[in-house]
Each structure stands twice: as C-alpha cells, then as structure tokens.
Design a protein around this ligand. Sequence first.
Ligand code: ASP
Length: 265
Amino acid sequence: MARIVVISTGGTIASRWQGSGFAADARGQEVMATAAVPEDVTVEVVDLFSVNSPRLTTAHQLTLLRTVHDVLADPGVDGVVVTHGTDTLEESAFLVDLHHDDPRPVVFTGAQLPLDAEDGDGPRNLYDALLTAARTRGLGVLVAFDGKVHSARGTVKTQTVAADAFADPSGPRIGTIGFGKISVLRHPRRPAALPLPEASSPPPRVDMVMHHADGDAVLLNAAVDAGAQGLVLVATGAGNATPEIVDAVAAARARGVLVALTTRV
Ligand code: ASP
C-alpha cells in the first residue's frame, strides 16, 4: 500500500456557494470524501487552511512548506498531495520545489469548479494527484490537473475558467494520466535544493512592477519607499524600459534594494 498524506489548504476545490459568491469553507476531510482513492493507496488528511488562494500570504506559504517537510520526515510516507486554490497554486508549488530534496513526490492539485458543482473537476483531479503521488519518484514537485502532470518549475495558470488550467509555456509537460495509469514523458532537470528558510527571520518585502507603453517610475519608487528589500521589474522585450526607469533602478540599488529584471515575453 502507498501511504499518501493530503494537505488541504482551501481553494475552489474546497469552496461552496455563500450567497453572493463561492468561498473555501470545507475541511480537508470533506474535500477528500468527494474523490475516489486509487487501489493500493491509503490517505491521511492534514487540514491546514481553508483559504482561497488570492488571499494567501507568505506566512501561509512558509507554513505549507514546513508542513510538507514535517510530513516527509516520516519515512513511512510515500508521497504528498496538496489541494490548493488555482490562482496562486504556481507560487506555492514553485516555493516547495525550490526546497524539495526528496525522491518522493509532492503533487499540487485543485479545481476550476467548486466542491458542490455537479460534474466538478475536483474529484478527478484529486484522484489523479493521489495516483501521481503513489506511482512516481524523482520528478520533484508536480501539478496534476485535467489529466496532465506538469513540473512545478515553469508551470503557470494559463486558463481562467477552462478545465485545462495549467501549462508550462517553455516546455513539454511531464506526463499524462488516463485509465488509472501515468505515462511519464520526460524527467525535469532539477537544480540543487535550497535550505529551508530560517523560521525566525521575517520574509523580506518584495514587490513586482510591470513596465508598459507610457509607464513611468512612480510605482517602482513607491515600492522602494514602502520598504521593499527586493523588486522584480517585469520589463518589455529583452528587458527594456525607459531611461527614467533605468535611473530609478540605479537609485533603488544605491539604497540596497535587490532588483531582479525579467520580461513580459
Ligand atoms: N479560482 C480559484 C481556484 O480555482 C480560487 C482560489 O485560487 O482559491 O481555486
């Protein structure tokens, strides 16, 4: 038997109608009860949060990271599934992957349709995630969604409402799931894991600013004034912006702010 621990964090997969919208309110055990469990798999549930993922904070994400490590400290556990809102699933999955140094998989999943939807996608996604956690090794942190397995590194939400919500725009998926079987199509190259962040040090403020036609340095400077210790400048093309923004980056650097440059492309 494969022993899989499901860590429940909320999201649409745990959401019900609240009168004016859907919100995560189901316990992990309720979410788990919606799904079939693959043969030869036993499940234990950790009911960590009931949060819709646009409301997640770095503190939630660090708690999740430490919980994954605590769960995997038990050598009798064969794999972990994390149920999560789809909106920021890619952020949490990437964070856990940065610190993941274990052949046992951590598989993120969620749903586009709420817990009480007829024909919702949550039960199937959860079943597929359990299967992936039980049957794969050495692939790092994964996202199982709509019959596909993606690597946490590079995968983003690409569809707002469609069931096939995740993709890696820079590479092929890791595998496919169908008829109770997983076909692994490629093994991701994985850099060495980072050590776990110190529990005592508060996470630094990091802001993200996107450049666009007619964009100026107002938001970048506001981030620095707000105390950002790091900035991600999402520039255009090959990392281009205006001379005014280049000057603002130099001023931020002079104040000790670390600036990471990326591109909208
Ligand atoms: N729409 C989101 C979801 O699919 C809500 C969230 O991320 O919690 O789960």
